[in-house]
Design a protein around this ligand. Sequence first.
Ligand code: COI
Length: 355
Amino acid sequence: PRAASASKQACDPPSYRDDENADVDWENLGFSAVQTDFMYIMKCSKDENFVQGQLSRYRNIEFNPSAGVLNYGQGIFEGLKANRKEDGSLLLFRPDQNAIRMKIGAERMCMPSPSIDQFIEAVKQTALANKRWVPPPRKGSLYIRPLLIGSGPVLGIAPAPEYMFLTYASPVGNYFKQGNALLNLYVEEELIRASPGGAGGVKSISNYAPVVKALIRARSQGFSDVLYLDSVNKKYLEELSASNIFIIKGNVIATPPTSGTILPGITRKSIIDIAYDLGYQVEERAISVDELIDADEVFCTGTAVGVGSVGSVTYRGRRIQFKVGECSVCQELGSTLVGIQTGQIEDKKDWIIEI
Ligand code: COI
């Protein structure tokens, strides 16, 4: 099997069978960390390039207490999914796009980054070595998490002297606990996610812990997620905690431009392309929170989230509701995307890598 050849480069030789399934309740997968069998590690020093990585058993890793990532948050990550086809092969969705985004993020955070080929190789090896953890067709995906961190010690503010690129994976189902039910969003006016000149436009680890407070607060009031506004005017839609936002009015699909404070989502970009192909007009422009009142539909997109239909948005105590039926535009876009990702719809754009 191909999985076996992937393992040949490991110093800690993996022994696994790709014809068995892991002991997982595939019917009730959520989005939480499940420890799988293997991870992929590659290291390099500052001012060097990554050369060769290897699979190793999934395990804890040790850091110097003054590691750059622990003290100053020098780290970025990616997320992508592998889906299992009926014939047993695995489908990766646009891993090159994650590799490119990691390169851009690494430059912002003053880190060396793996080449596009090294990144894709690490993702392939991680998926194949953990194949028994890939859910059966239609039950979920293997979520693959590439991580690039400053692993060497620093005390003054500076780039770390050593770096680690690590890729691990976990089987996942629905991101939201409520499953596919419509999302109820809360527009956050006090806390912001990112500001111009900051690192909101890259997948820095430092973008995520600060949103937890707003998220916990919103969840405790029964909301599914937080919708952030821009930090300057507190008026324009930015994104959710882990996904991009779209609004639909008639034949027009609009989403905020990714001009520095918004993460350039790969699902976002793919949905824009699909929408064009299906004949919709797509606008990337500033969207005022007041436009929600007139929107026909609102939805969010992300690798972990997929395409999530929004049932309501609450802004300044007013609950704005949206009608999302079986034939809604966002369902059409979402099912087209999932169809391509799972091999049900022909991939005419070379988005899929089959392994
Ligand atoms: C992803 O969609 O891959 C993400 O990175 C979201 C994650 C923060 C849960």
